[in-house]
Design a protein around this ligand. Structure first.
Ligand SMILES: Nc1ccc(F)c(C(=O)c2c[nH]c3ncc(Cl)cc23)c1F
Ligand SMILES: [Fe+3]
Length: 291
């Protein structure tokens, strides 16, 4: 018997400054929602040149950048450089260490989401790597007024090629007016929805709950299926459904360094300052954005 997941908490992600002049709406990672295992941060970002996210490091987790509008150019200390355009996804495994910049490309405002997915202790020091999927290659399908873009995992018969070291599902749903979604979610995973556009009713359609609008994160309770309804007669509903297998390990975090103990954080700061154990190439590297 399927058990629908209900909304247990709702958060409005409010704008805050991040990087150099950038604005992010942070939901996971704010004081009231510090860590939702295995997720560390969910930022809905909006950035226009010359603002951006200049040279900075990462260790111990993965960043998933999903562009909604515009583009972001990233370059790292290994010489890897690329531009993520609207609809594209970059799944970056920082592992033992990455130093990179992420700057808006072209005119106008670049908008998107960045999700930080924690890595287990056995994966925290893996070699860095990228999985980059262009919009045209994102698995997508439509049925009964619902279109899904599968960033990770599978839904409605479409499957993403992304390898997730921490098992993760990341789905982008667009629901036409008066249509509804019913999506299985592994009962042992933590799950949330994040509304991007329009309004929707999530979890239960019976208790007359008011619809939830953009920039809201909904923590979902126990169950093995998410149900959502677009009650509008005119506007589409667009939301993300993200779920992940909890890692269940201690978390020690200092900004973009995420390890298991404070001692490991101290060692990470030391490695970064001494250009060692994965940060060697940071010694002589600056991004073109910083030159
Ligand atoms: N200060 C600081 C410290 C550490 C960081 F990782 C960052 C950072 O790069 C980002 C934080 N949210 C983001 N959303 C989108 C994008 Cl493209 C980048 C970021 C940053 F700004
Ligand atoms: Fe980054």
């Amino acid at each position: 018997m399927e058990k629908p997941r209900q909304v247990v908490r709702k958060f409005l992600a409010r704008p805050q400054h991040e990087g150099a002049g950038a604005v992010v709406r942070r939901s996971i990672g704010r004081f009231e929602l510090r860590y939702f295992d295995p997720f560390l941060v969910l930022d809905e970002f909006s950035v226009s040149a010359p603002a951006g996210f200049p040279d900075h490091p990462h260790r111990g987790f993965e960043t998933v950048t999903y562009m909604l509008e515009g583009a972001v150019t990233h370059e790292d200390f290994e010489g890897h450089r690329g531009t993520i355009k609207a609809g594209d996804v970059q799944w970056m495994t920082a592992g033992r260490g990455i130093v990179h910049s992420e700057m808006p490309a072209g005119p106008g405002t670049s908008k998107g989401l960045q999700l930080w997915v924690n890595l287990s202790s056995s994966n925290k020091m893996v070699e860095p790597g990228y999985q980059e999927i262009q919009s045209k290659d994102i698995a997508s399908t439509s049925s009964d007024g619902v279109t899904v873009r599968v960033i990770a995992g599978d839904a409605m018969g479409a499957r993403s090629p992304v390898r997730t070291r921490t098992p993760t599902m990341y789905l982008d749903f667009t629901v036409r007016p008066r249509a509804a979604v019913r999506q299985p979610v592994d009962a042992s995973w933590n799950a949330f929805a994040y509304v991007l556009e329009g309004e929707g009713v999530f979890g239960s359609d019976r208790c007359g709950a008011p619809p939830v609008g953009a920039h809201h994160l909904l923590l979902l309770g126990q169950g093995d299926v998410l149900e959502a309804w677009n009650k509008s007669d005119t506007r589409p509903l667009r939301f993300l459904l993200i779920a992940g297998e909890p890692i269940g390990e201690p978390v020690a975090q200092l900004g973009p360094f995420v390890m298991n103990t404070e001692e490991e954080i101290d060692m990470t700061v030391d490695d970064f300052e001494r250009y060692a154990n994965g940060f060697e190439k940071a010694r002589h590297w600056k991004s073109q954005a910083m030159v």
